[in-house]
Design a protein around this ligand. Structure first.
Ligand SMILES: Cc1ncc(COP(=O)(O)O)c(C=O)c1O
Length: 351
């Protein structure tokens, strides 16, 4: 059934094992992040078979369905109203708000469990995390008073909102917090989580500070690339996921629409370049499933536009002859994997 996302399980396993091995050889644990593929069960099973240190996802809904002894980590800061589900379905969550942590403590007490917390510190990327130094110490002081919360560690997230590249200097600030908190409160900070796939460049260059003992990796597993500079990693696959859609119309038509141009289906006024008559196909997938700009064709064709349920492709430069019912194959980006895996209209095919 088309459209379908094709998932190569052995390539996924290879990337996962390769990165797990790199982390372990360097003394780091790895949180294997499943959110880009919506915690697909076949891939989660591979994570379990390969015995990753943690399974991490930003959506509690994705963690609910995972049954394993491997600790589950909620990556997105919990909503306070979700505290019950969070303590029930994750072992550890990333947090920055003491009110939410107190609510997690209340809920954990009801279930007679201890919930782990990684306190997020914002080192400049300006998404989640405590920015103010005093607030870090104050929050830890308050956390330590909670019986059903265990401060498992501290962490930071970079190269997400602000695009800030992890450097030794930036990660040294996290090391500073680890040491300062341990000495002030006479405790041991177990996990020092130094970021996501954007920290791999530092790790591979042997430049990550020794005290950083954990990374949370998503994109590098599914696309075989680090995300500070977008470099592909040696010995990994970038085509774990590919996409195939079928052709529902092939016609020669002008490249410029005829008549006065008003708004398109999405309320925007479209712009076109006149290339004369072109050979156009429509593939049966649309904006509702994916942004066409995030599909990378294997063939020498160009994707020129889309509406909710259609993507229009100029195949004038293709060397292939297409017929109705033929399919077109694409490589994917992080964002297209995310949206295609989220769309209920896309079949998943495993090879
Ligand atoms: C807090 C946090 N850590 C780690 C990750 C994984 O990031 P990446 O896919 O760049 O490895 C994400 C995003 O999925 C995240 O939100």
């Amino acid at each position: 059934m088309y459209p379908r996302i094709i998932i190569n399980k052995e390539k996924f396993r290879h990337n996962l094992k390769y990165l797990l091995d790199i982390c372990h050889k360097n003394g780091l644990s790895m949180m294997a992040v499943s959110k880009v593929f919506c915690a697909d069960h076949n891939l989660i099973n591979i994570m379990i078979e390969e015995n990753v240190d943690y399974i991490a996802d930003s959506r509690i809904e994705n963690l609910v369905g995972i049954a394993s002894v491997i600790p589950k980590v909620l990556l997105r800061l919990p909503s306070i109203g979700d505290a019950e589900r969070v303590v029930k379905h994750s072992d550890i969550s990333l947090n920055s708000e003491i009110d939410t942590i107190k609510e997690l403590d209340n809920r954990a007490r009801e279930f007679n469990i201890v919930h782990g917390v990684i306190l997020m510190i914002d080192l400049g990327d300006l998404r989640e995390g405590i920015f103010d130094e005093n607030e870090v110490f104050d929050t830890v002081k308050k956390i330590l008073k909670l019986d059903n919360i265990l401060l498992k560690g501290i962490g930071t997230n970079l190269t997400c909102y602000g695009g800030i590249i992890p450097t030794q200097e930036i990660l040294q600030k996290l090391v500073y917090y680890k040491k300062a908190l341990e000495s002030k409160f006479k405790l041991k900070i177990d996990i020092v989580s130094g970021g996501n796939s954007s920290s791999l460049e530092l790790l591979l260059g042997g430049k990550i500070p020794d005290e950083i003992n954990n990374l949370r990796l998503g994109e590098s597993i599914v696309l075989g690339r680090e995300t500070a500079f977008g470099n592909y990693l040696d010995n990994t696959y970038n085509d774990v996921f590919t996409f195939e859609a079928d052709i529902i119309e092939i016609k020669e038509k002008p490249s410029l629409p005829l008549g006065e141009v008003g708004m398109n289906a999405f309320g925007k006024v479209p712009k076109f370049t006149d290339k004369g008559i072109i050979l156009r196909v429509i593939i049966a997938v649309g904006k509702q499933d994916v942004d066409y700009k995030e599909l990378i064709p294997y063939d020498t064709v160009s994707l020129i536009g889309s509406s909710s349920d259609h993507i229009i492709v100029d195949i004038s430069d293709s060397h292939n002859i297409y017929e109705i019912g033929d399919t077109m194959l694409f490589r994917l980006t992080y964002s297209s994997i995310l949206s295609l895996m989220t769309s209920k209209y896309i079949t998943r095919y495993y090879e």
